[in-house]
Design a protein around this ligand. Structure first.
Ligand code: DSN
Length: 419
């Protein structure tokens, strides 16, 4: 018998996603093909291990699927080794840290309250509980990464791992400089490119694989695949922190990373999600996707200029990627209030800490906005101006929220979830 209660709720969510404006920077609309693979019978299969080296029978087909996925990902990022099994970006980072660090080792990451991520050493996350975290942030005067502070802390603390990457930083990264600092202190560099990975894959931002030892990402943000994680390297090497075997050899980092995923931090891989990742990577290699990521970036730039014209304070005064972080203090509204009020008009954003925030993480002084999802719906630069107009009307109480909501619902219906 059909579970009407549950499927009615899914239908309601579909209407919400269709009638509203989705501006959460970490979300996107996966294609029909990605969703078909994610919802396929592959969910039935257990396949602990790697293709050709499984702990279960009946893996002939899933071996081919996982190999196809790995090859497509290698092509997309020009990587020489990848693991496509992490269930999420957080799992990918956990696997990396387990593979290369020992409990108590020092790590240096980008401060969560300045735009970093929980898994980069936050004290409430495994990364800050198992390892000893130190942080760098952005400069108060311009909102750009404080590379001098990063270098100072690295030289003083000599961490074993430097982590770069962010969840709400709108500028590109100087991976070359970070690698130079890491080499001076004998650290490895992990770039977590969960947010901008789609833009990086098509050459629209600096390439972390040119300089960083290990790169992780999610697959569902700008990459527009199913929810999941990946790990990649371009140059394999022996783990400098590894304990030598009796024969005096060290294990290669690729082999340690595979073990970090399974059996280190996960059991059976989600082969239906790996198949959906394979679909997404094929899409990301297409000309259509290149047009898409180019437009994502143009839309973010257009939106950011429009906000600035209306007197909004964008951290770092602009964006190089798909997102922007806005300090709302000069608009006399907290991030929490903005999120709630915009939600009533069917505009979905998330409240976000801004650097040097005076509010708690539950209230915040800012909001984060991204253009990945709305660009998938076919919106362009003129639509960005319209959206900023809607947002400004809600935030400054220019019109009744109900009136704006109706206008938004009618307008959004013109844009199918996939162009
Ligand atoms: N929480 C995610 C984001 O929204 O950026 C990252 O894990």
């Amino acid at each position: 018998m059909r579970d009407t209660k549950l499927f009615d709720l899914i239908q309601q969510e579909k209407i919400r996603q269709t009638e509203g404006i989705e501006l959460i920077a970490s979300e996107n609309y996966a294609s029909e093909g990605v969703m078909e693979a994610a919802g396929s019978i592959l969910t039935n299969k257990y396949a602990e291990g790697l293709p050709g080296k499984r702990y279960y029978g009946g893996c002939v087909v899933v071996d081919e699927i996982e190999d196809l996925c790995r090859e497509r990902l290698k092509n997309l990022f020009d990587a020489t080794w990848v693991n496509v099994q992490p269930h999420s970006g957080a799992q990918a980072n956990a696997a990396v840290m387990l593979a290369i660090l020992n409990p108590g080792d020092k790590i240096l990451g980008f401060d969560l309250s300045h735009g970093g991520h929980l898994t980069h050493g936050s004290p409430v996350n495994y990364s800050g509980k198992i390892y000893k975290p130190y942080f760098y942030g952005v400069k108060k005067e311009d909102g750009f990464i404080d590379y001098e502070a990063l270098e100072r802390t690295a030289l003083k603390e000599k961490p074993k791992l430097i982590i770069c990457g962010a969840s709400s930083y709108s500028r590109d990264w100087d991976y070359k400089l970070i690698r130079e600092v890491a080499d001076r202190v004998g650290a490895l560099v992990l770039a977590d490119i969960a947010h901008p990975s789609g833009l990086i894959s098509r050459g629209l931002l600096n390439d972390p694989l040119d300089h960083c030892h290990i790169v992780t990402s999610t697959t569902h943000k700008t990459l527009r695949g199913p929810r999941g994680g990946i790990i990649m390297i371009r140059d394999d090497f022996e783990n400098p922190f590894g304990i030598k075997t009796p024969k005096g050899t060290l294990r290669k980092i690729s082999s340690l990373l595979d073990s970090g995923v399974f059996p280190g931090t996960q059991g059976g891989p989600l082969e239906h999600i790996i198949a959906a990742k394979a679909v997404a990577f094929k899409e990301a290699l297409s000309d259509n996707y290149l047009d898409y990521v180019v437009q994502v970036k143009k839309n973010a730039a257009a939106m950011s200029s429009e906000f600035i014209k209306k007197g909004y304070n964008i951290i770092s005064a602009g964006t190089d990627n798909h997102l922007m972080l806005i300090d709302l203090r000069n608009k006399n509204i907290t991030g929490k209030e903005a999120e709630e009020n915009l939600g009533k008009a069917d505009i979905t954003i998330n409240k976000n800490m801004v650097p040097f925030d005076t509010e708690s993480p539950f209230v915040t002084s800012g909001m984060r906005i991204g253009t990945a999802a709305i660009t998938t719906r076919g919106m362009g630069e003129s639509d960005m101006k319209k959206i900023v107009g809607f947002i400004d009307s809600v935030i400054t109480n220019k019109s009744e929220v109900d009136v704006i909501k109706k206008e938004i619902n009618n307008w959004a219906n013109n844009f199918p979830l996939h162009k």
